[in-house]
Design a protein around this ligand. Structure first.
Ligand SMILES: Cc1ncc(COP(=O)(O)O)c(C=O)c1O
Length: 401
């Protein structure tokens, strides 16, 4: 199979998504090989010894590395512009590994308060059990970040846009403050996707994903990823933690996600177009008191969203007049859009955060985060925007306002 090799470093985004990381086996397969194997055989006892001593780099055991998983990691790293990607079994495994691998008793973490429920659990409930101090701030208030980061800190964590009210945090400004406090900053980039937002270019040290969302994009598999250029963190913290605690991504899921990455840019573009159409439609409805969409000009951080993400994203949330009772009637009247708490799927999915993703919070905590009883979160899918709007129209009209 002759010909001069094209250099991946020169590839543009779509080419990276389709071809990045591909490593063909001796069979010369077109599509990426799926290596469903937990272990690997050695030519000799000496080779096994060399591998375990670290004198020979090769596949040893799929908890450490697997060829299909490596292809996925290389492709995602190429897209993100990161030196290293470590993939995980779920997004939550990525969050926990990124934090727990580098923190110890007596350390301090500062985080935005508006987080996905399980991230909040790790930061506010699990880490303190290990003797780690955690401080929560209002992510859009730079004065709160400044005050919290006036004390030496080891880790900063944030999610932007936030789930479910889609607030935008200034990654560059918080990164600068984090570094002054001696902290590494981790950005949960799930809602923005690697297509719209590149936290590493904005000063972040570590980016993580639930690959379950847009990267798979068709609601099939669970997965996560941690990306960074910080070799000290990878070598001394993450790699030993990962190898010995085992949150590894399955080769099958990695294969599904490799195929997901091939179309990620096209899908995200279409998700955004549909989200714009839906947000504009909802803004004119009398049944709705507030629409949260960073792409709308009336969003409080619209300019920051445009500078940081270049588009409004794939998610819209909105307050239905009439609280929980009206929100439930609306959800139950939907005929096309599904009621489901996942997001980033080809199918449009709607959820009621107060009783699902954020039901663990107290009513006061929810009020603090603007998660009202009437709030509905919509992951805008890839259906025809007219069909999505017609379904929303039908369900809103059924409220009889
Ligand atoms: C922002 C955010 N972070 C992390 C996660 C966790 O990902 P996973 O469900 O793949 O563990 C999710 C979704 O569940 C999420 O929405």
């Amino acid at each position: 199979m002759g010909g001069k090799k094209s250099d991946p470093a020169n590839w543009r985004q779509s080419t990276r998504l389709v071809r990045g990381g591909t490593e063909r086996s001796a069979f010369g397969e077109t599509s990426e090989g799926l290596f469903l194997t937990s272990g690997y055989v050695y030519e000799s006892a000496e080779e096994a010894e060399q591998a375990f001593k670290g004198e020979k780099q090769r596949y040893m055991y799929s908890r450490y590395a697997n060829p299909t998983v490596t292809m996925f990691e290389k492709r995602l790293a190429l897209l993100e512009g990161a030196e290293t990607c470590v993939s995980t079994a779920t997004g939550m495994a990525a969050v926990f590994a990124a934090l727990a691998s580098q923190l110890k008793a007596g350390d301090r973490v500062v985080s935005s308060r508006a987080l996905f429920g399980s991230c909040l659990y790790i930061i506010a409930e699990q880490l303190p059990k290990f003797g780690i101090e955690t401080v929560l701030v209002d992510g859009i208030d730079l004065e709160e970040w400044k005050a919290a980061l006036s004390t030496e800190t080891q880790c900063v964590f944030l999610e932007t846009p936030s789930n479910p009210v889609l607030e935008i945090i200034d990654i560059q400004a918080v990164s600068d403050l984090a570094h002054e406090a001696g902290a590494k900053i981790i950005v949960d980039n799930v809602f923005a996707t690697p297509i719209l937002q590149r936290p590493l270019e904005l000063g972040a040290d570590i980016v993580m994903y639930s690959a379950t969302k847009h990267i798979d994009g068709q609601g099939r598999t669970l997965g996560g990823a941690i990306l960074t250029n910080d070799t000290d963190f990878i070598e001394n913290d993450l790699t030993p933690f990962f190898r010995h605690t085992g949150p590894s991504l399955s080769p099958f899921n990695a294969w599904v996600m490799l195929k997901g990455l091939e179309t990620l840019d096209i899908r995200v573009q279409r998700h955004c177009e549909n989200a714009h159409a839906v947000a504009g439609f909802l803004s004119n409805r009398k049944e709705i008191t507030r629409v949260n969409y960073p792409g709308n000009k009336d969003h409080p951080q619209h300019d920051l969203a445009m500078a940081q993400m270049g588009d409004g994203g794939t998610m819209v949330s909105f307050d239905i007049d009439g609280g929980k009772e009206a929100a439930f009637r609306f959800l139950n009247a939907l005929g096309l859009i599904d009621i489901a708490n996942n997001l980033g799927d080809a199918k449009s999915l709607a959820t009621h955060p107060a009783t699902t993703t954020h039901q663990r919070l107290s009513p006061e905590e929810r009020a603090d985060l603007n998660i009202t009883e009437g709030l509905v979160r919509l992951s805008v899918g890839l259906e025809d925007a007219e069909d999505i709007k017609e379904d929303l129209d039908r369900a809103l009209t059924a409220l009889g306002k």
